[in-house]
Design a protein around this ligand. Structure first.
Ligand code: HEM
Length: 294
C-alpha cells in the first residue's frame, strides 16, 4: 500500500539511519505529499465519503443513507465470499470453501450490528425524510438480490426492476442461471457418496430451491454421524449462515414495523406484511428440518 520514502529515517540506507539519534516513532508525513496518498489510492476514501447526497434537510437522514451504504458494502463482501465458496466446492476444495463461509459469518455479524442506529427509528423521525426517498426501496438493491440468488432464492421476476441498468441486469441474469451455493453443496454431497436425487442435481437453477425429503435424510445422516467430520462441520457452518441471514431479515422487519407500522412500502409492497412473508422463508431448509430426525 505504501512506497518507501527516501526522506524518512526508516527508509534510508542503514548507515545513515544509524546516525540518527532517535529511531522514527511517528508516521512519515512526507509520504503522499504533493500527490494522492497511497492510502487514498487504495481506499478511495475521498470518493466513498462524498457519496452522501442527502435528499432532505433532516439531520437524521445522514445515518439512514450511510447505514444503507454500509450494508451495500457488506452485501458485496458476502457475495464475494459465497461466490468463492461455491467455486471452491465445485473444485472439491473444502478448506477454501469453509474459510470463505466462516469469514462470511463474521461479516454477517457485522452487517447485522449495523442495524443499531436505525433499530429504534420512530414513525415521526422516519417521516421527516421518508417522502424524499420517493419510490426508492432496498427491494431494488441488486447486490442483495445476488445474495438471495446465491442462497437459492431465485426468481426471474426480480430482474425486472434492473432492466434500466445493463451492468446490474447482466450480473443478475448470470447469477440467475448459475447453480447457487446450496446447489454446489448438494453436488458435493452426491460426489461424496450421499444419495442426493438426480431430480435435485439436475434441477433448473433459475428456479427457487424447494425442500426435498431425500436431501433432508442425507443431512440427518450427516448430522447424526461423526461431529468432527468435514461434512458435519460444513453443515453447521451453513446453518450459522442461514441463522444470521434470518436475523438480518428479522431485524429489518422489526425496524420497519417500529418506523412505519403497517403503511405501504416506498417500493410499492404491502410493507411489513410482505416482509413477514419473506422472513418466514427458511435458508437451506433441510438443514433445519433434518434436526427433528437426528
Ligand atoms: C428503518 C428503515 C427501513 C424501513 C422502514 C424499510 C422498509 C422496507 C420495506 C417496507 C420493504 C418492502 C419493499 C417495499 O415496498 O419498499 C423493504 C425491503 C427491503 N429493504 Fe428496507 N427498510 C429500511 C431499511 C433498510 C436498510 C438500511 C436496508 C439496507 C440495504 C434495507 C434493505 C432492504 C432490502 C434488501 C429489501 C428487500 C427484501 C427482500 O427482497 O426480501 N432496508 N424495506
Amino acid at each position: 500500500m505504501s512506497q518507501p520514502s527516501p526522506t524518512h529515517p526508516a527508509h534510508r540506507a542503514p548507515d545513515t539511519a544509524a546516525a540518527e539519534a532517535d529511531p522514527p516513532f511517528g508516521p512519515d508525513l512526507s509520504i503522499g505529499a504533493g500527490t494522492a496518498t497511497p492510502y487514498e489510492d487504495y481506499v478511495q476514501a475521498s470518493v466513498l465519503t462524498h457519496l452522501q447526497h442527502l435528499q432532505s434537510d433532516d439531520p437524521g437522514e445522514m445515518v439512514f443513507l450511510v447505514t444503507t451504504q454500509v450494508m451495500e458494502l457488506w452485501f458485496t463482501v458476502i457475495v464475494h465470499e459465497w461466490t468463492t465458496a461455491a467455486d471452491a466446492l465445485r473444485r472439491d476444495d473444502l478448506p477454501v470453501a469453509m474459510d470463505a463461509l466462516r469469514r462470511s459469518t463474521w461479516e454477517l455479524e457485522a452487517l447485522n450490528a449495523a442495524w443499531k442506529p436505525l433499530a429504534r427509528l420512530t414513525p415521526a423521525q422516519f417521516n421527516a425524510y421518508r417522502a424524499a426517498l420517493g419510490e426508492g426501496s432496498g427491494f431494488q438493491s441488486a447486490m442483495y438480490r445476488r445474495l438471495e440468488f446465491l442462497l437459492g432464492e431465485k426468481s426471474a421476476s426480480m430482474l425486472v426492476p434492473h432492466r434500466g441498468s445493463p451492468q446490474d441486469h447482466a450480473a443478475l441474469e448470470k447469477a440467475l442461471h448459475e447453480p447457487s451455493l446450496y446447489d454446489e453443496v448438494l453436488r458435493l454431497l452426491a460426489r461424496r457418496g450421499h444419495p442426493i436425487p438426480e431430480t435435485v442435481l439436475r434441477r433448473d437453477p433459475t428456479q427457487r430451491y424447494e425442500s426435498d425429503p431425500a436431501v433432508e435424510e442425507v443431512w440427518a445422516a450427516v448430522l447424526a454421524g461423526a461431529q468432527d467430520s468435514e461434512l458435519a462441520r460444513l453443515g453447521e457452518l451453513l446453518t450459522d449462515v442461514a441463522e444470521l441471514v434470518w436475523r438480518w431479515r428479522n431485524d429489518h422487519l422489526v425496524a420497519t414495523r417500529r418506523a412505519m407500522g403497517a403503511k405501504m412500502g416506498t417500493g410499492g409492497s404491502a410493507g411489513v406484511a410482505w416482509l413477514e412473508k419473506r422472513a418466514r422463508k427458511n435458508v437451506f431448509p433441510e438443514l433445519w428440518t433434518a434436526r427433528s430426525h437426528v
